[in-house]
Design a protein around this ligand. Structure first.
Ligand code: BGP
Length: 472
C-alpha cells in the first residue's frame, strides 16, 4: 500500500531499548547470586566471560542516566532468576530483590517505564541439574518465581514479558547456551517439544497469575518473530514457507494467544513422533492465558524452499537468524534481494512491516517491539563512535513501523537491542549493538567507561520528535 499520508506514532509510544541480565550485568556470582546455565556453559572460543559484561550491576545509575539523556520512555531488561532465587527454588536472596528495586526505582525517577522480562536464557544451574524444562516440575518452578517477582515488584512494574524467544530456545537452544537434553535421549525432537510444552504451560500460568495478582498490569510473550518468505512462487516453495512459519512463529503465538497448537506444527510433530504429552489441567491453563499484548523480537525475515526428499541431508542452523531445514518439510536458503550485516544476518526493513501486518492480521493484539538492531564491529576513535550503519538500520526499521501503523497495526513501542553494548549470545562483546559504547573487549576487561555513539544523539532526536525526525 502506498499511503498518501502517514499516521503519526501514538502518544505515549514506548521509545526505549533492551538488555538482558546475563549479557549486561556482570557480577554473575556476586551478592548471593547463584550460577545460571550461562555461568557454567563452555564459552564459545575467544568470547568474553560473563563475570563483568558491561558491569551494569555496579553502573546502572550511570547507565539509566544516559538512557534518560536519550529521552527513553521505557527500558526493557530481564531479571536474573538466580539473583532472586539462587538455587532456582526456595530461599529468596534479599540482595537480589534490593538490586532490582534500585534499578526499577532509578528508571521511575526519570519517568522511564520498566518493561521486565522474567526469563531470558538463564535457567538456574541447580534446576538444570534437576532436568530443567524437561522436568514437569519446571512449570511450578517458574510460577513460583513469577509470584516472587509480582509480589516484590508488581507495585511498580506494569509491563511484563514471560519467556524471551522461547522459539529460539526450542529451535537453536544449544547454540545460545541453553536447553539441556538429558543424556541418552533417543527422540530429540520429542524431548525438545515436551520441554517447549512445559514452557508454554508455565507461561500461560504466569500470565493468569499476573492478571490475578496485578489487575492493572499487562503481560505478554516475547518470541523472535520473522516472517518466512518462499524462495519463489512455485507452489511447493509456498507450502515450505507455510511449514516453517508454523514451526518458527505460529506454534508459539497460537498457543500464547488462542491456547491451541497450530495445526500444521502439530502435523509436523505427529510426523516426527514428537507430540508432547499433556498433563492434567494443561489444556485449561493454556486457554486461560489471555495476553494483553504481543512482545516480539525482529531482526530479519527468513526464506525457504521446498525439501522434496525425506532423506535429504540439511545442515543445522548456525544461530537464531539462520533457517536450517527439516528434510521433507522445508529448507532454508538465503534471499538474494537482501544485504547482510558484518555478522552475516540479512537486513530486511520491509520484512518488518510484513511481519507486523501478519501479526496484526492473525492476533488483533497490540504489539511491542522488544528487540531489533544491528550487531557490528564499532570503532572508538577520539572518544567517538561513528556508527552511521546502525543509524541507517534503525531508521529504515522505524520507517516501516510507521507504515505498519498507517496500515492499521496497534504499536505500543520500540525497544531495540541494545541500550548499551553487552555480550552477544555466542559472538562475544566484539559484536556490538548499543547506543552506548562500553570500553571493554573479549580479550580483556577495559576501563568500562561509557561513550555516546553517533546513534545515541540521533535516537535522542528521534524520541524528542516522537519519530517525526529521522534525519542524521
Ligand atoms: C536475540 C536475543 C538476545 C540478543 C540478540 C542478538 O536472539 O534475545 O539475547 O543477544 O538476539 O543476538 P546475538 O547476541 O546472537 O547477536
Amino acid at each position: 500500500m502506498l499511503h498518501k499520508k502517514l499516521k503519526p506514532f501514538p502518544e505515549n509510544f514506548f521509545w526505549g531499548a533492551s538488555t538482558s541480565a546475563y549479557q549486561v550485568e556482570g557480577a554473575n556470582l556476586e551478592d548471593g547470586k547463584g550460577p545460571s546455565c550461562q555461568d557454567v556453559k563452555e564459552l564459545p572460543p575467544g568470547t568474553a566471560d560473563l563475570k563483568t559484561c558491561a558491569d551494569h550491576y555496579h553502573r546502572y545509575k550511570e547507565d539509566i542516566a544516559l538512557m534518560a539523556e536519550m529521552g527513553f520512555k521505557s527500558y526493557r531488561f530481564s531479571i536474573a532468576w538466580t539473583r532472586i532465587l539462587p538455587k532456582g527454588t526456595g530461599e529468596v536472596n534479599q540482595k537480589g530483590i534490593e538490586f532490582y528495586n534500585n534499578l526499577i526505582n532509578e528508571c521511575l525517577k526519570y519517568k522511564i517505564t520498566p518493561i521486565v522480562t522474567m526469563f531470558h536464557f538463564d535457567m538456574p544451574a541447580e534446576l538444570d541439574k534437576r532436568g530443567s524444562w524437561s522436568n514437569r516440575d519446571s512449570i511450578q518452578w517458574f510460577v513460583d518465581f513469577a509470584k516472587v517477582l509480582f509480589e516484590n515488584f508488581g507495585d511498580r512494574v506494569k509491563y511484563w514479558l514471560t519467556i524471551n524467544e522461547q522459539n529460539m530456545l526450542t529451535l537453536v537452544g544449544p547454540i545460545i547456551g541453553t536447553m539441556c537434553i538429558p543424556e541418552g535421549t533417543k527422540n530429540i525432537t520429542k524431548e525438545v517439544y515436551q520441554q517447549n510444552h512445559h514452557m508454554l504451560v508455565a507461561q500461560a500460568k504466569a500470565m493468569e497469575l499476573c492478571h490475578k495478582m496485578l489487575p492493572d498490569a499487562k503481560i505478554g510473550p516475547a518470541p523472535n518473530i520473522a516472517f518466512v518468505y518462499p524462495a519463489s512462487s512455485k507452489p511447493a516453495d509456498i507450502l515450505a514457507a507455510e511449514n516453517y512459519n508454523a514451526i518458527r512463529n505460529w506454534i508459539y503465538l497460537d498457543m500464547a494467544v488462542k491456547g491451541i497448537y497450530n495445526p500444521i506444527a502439530w502435523a509436523y510433530l505427529e510426523e516426527n513422533d514428537a507430540c508432547p504429552t499433556f498433563g492434567e489441567g494443561d489444556a485449561e491453563s493454556l486457554k486461560n492465558a489471555h495476553p494483553d499484548f504481543i512482545g516480539f523480537n525482529y531482526y530479519n525475515t527468513a526464506t525457504v524452499q521446498a525439501s522434496l526428499d525425506r532423506n535429504e541431508n540439511i545442515s543445522p542452523s548456525a544461530d537464531q537468524q539462520s533457517a536450517r531445514g527439516e528434510a521433507g518439510f522445508y529448507k532454508g536458503c538465503s534471499n538474494p534481494n537482501l544485504p547482510k550485516t558484518e555478522f552475516g544476518w540479512e537486513i530486511d526493513p520491509e520484512g518488518f512491516r510484513v511481519t507486523i501486518r501478519e501479526l496484526t492480521d492473525r492476533y488483533h493484539l497490540p504489539l511491542l517491539v522488544t528487540e531489533n538492531g544491528l550487531g557490528a564491529y564499532d570503532k572508538l576513535e577520539d572518544g567517538k563512535i561513528h556508527d552511521s550503519y546502525r543509524i541507517k538500520y534503525l531508521r529504515d526499521h522505524i520507517k516501516q513501523i510507521q507504515l505498519a501503523i498507517t496500515d492499521g497495526a496497534n504499536m505500543l513501542g520500540y525497544n531495540p537491542w541494545s541500550a548499551i553494548d553487552l555480550v552477544s549470545t555466542h559472538e562475544g562483546i566484539r559484536k556490538r549493538y548499543g547506543f552506548i559504547y562500553v570500553d571493554t573487549t573479549d580479550e580483556a576487561v577495559g576501563s568500562l567507561n561509557r561513550y555516546r555513539k553517533d546513534s545515541f544523539f540521533w535516537y535522542k532526536k528521534v524520541i524528542a520528535s516522537n519519530g517525526a525526525d529521522l534525519s542524521e
